[in-house]
Design a binder for this molecule. Sequence first.
Ligand code: SF4
Length: 336
Amino acid sequence: MENRDTILDVTSLKKYFPIKTSFLRRVVGYVKAVDDVSMYVRQGETLGLVGESGCGKTTLGRCVLRAIEPTSGGVVYHLDDNQVDILDISREDLRALRPHMQMIFQDPYSSLDPRMTVLDVIGEPLKVAGVKHQEVVARVEELMGLVGLDPRYMRRYPHAFSGGQRQRIAVARALAPNPQFIVCDEPVSALDVSVRSQILNLLLELQERFGFSYLFISHDLSVVHHISHRVGVMYVGKIVETAPVSDLFAHPLHPYTEALLSAIPRPDPRIKRNQIILAGEIANPARPPSGCYLHPRCLYAQDVCSESAPPWEEVEPDHFVSCHFARELSLQGVVM
Ligand code: SF4
């Protein structure tokens, strides 16, 4: 791959979950949750990842942290001056790298242990790293200030905080070990609409200040548009298109992206837009269709689409797509 100043390069990543019979536990098939994904995240950028629920976004996010073990592929991090494929290293070496790669979860109500004070929640990664108590307290104080929480409340328990404040605690915990790369897994979808933009703006401010790289997973295209530099679109375990955010929204090259964009609610319902309704159901990742996985639902499908899988190609600079007709179709985008 050419040098794109990346922090993360993912190559042909697969995560197949075996389907076993209930009696002899024989493997009779696989759920292809992540199916031959290649992508990259640049230093200091946010790659938004969108797709319907069940398309494999969260599994992909966990695989790139090796929080679950991928089936095959490569996940290379460029950390400081080192380049390391985290699928090729021992558990012990992976533990040493963990501080550089963190995750923020969707639900701040279940991701924080209710029996731990905020000091313990945020300070835990530091204690595990052997940092002295006084230094942990000082760092937690600093982190709470950074995420907009009053450090005087560090000895309170999570239940004393609102949903938005709890997500700020979760962000502070992720920042504690000084990471370079953070997977944000639907970090605002469990929050009230009124506090979503506060958390998104906090993530943007922190990125600007510290240069973090984010993989930002969401099913909400408006949120992804607000926070991302580039966007990847997933369908049944595969990324079908990635592009800089403005290109992808204004000028999609994949029919599935076009259909997702056409479903974004309009602020003014009097302005009509032609919504594209894809026929049938999302494909079953245990028995995906032949060729292009979208072909039974795609408005533009031709014979070749069911016969062979489209290649993953850079059709325009930094705009990758997997569709036999990406160069010929003229698809409709949206202005946000
Ligand atoms: Fe549609 Fe064919 Fe393109 Fe797949 S390859 S998205 S079926 S036109």
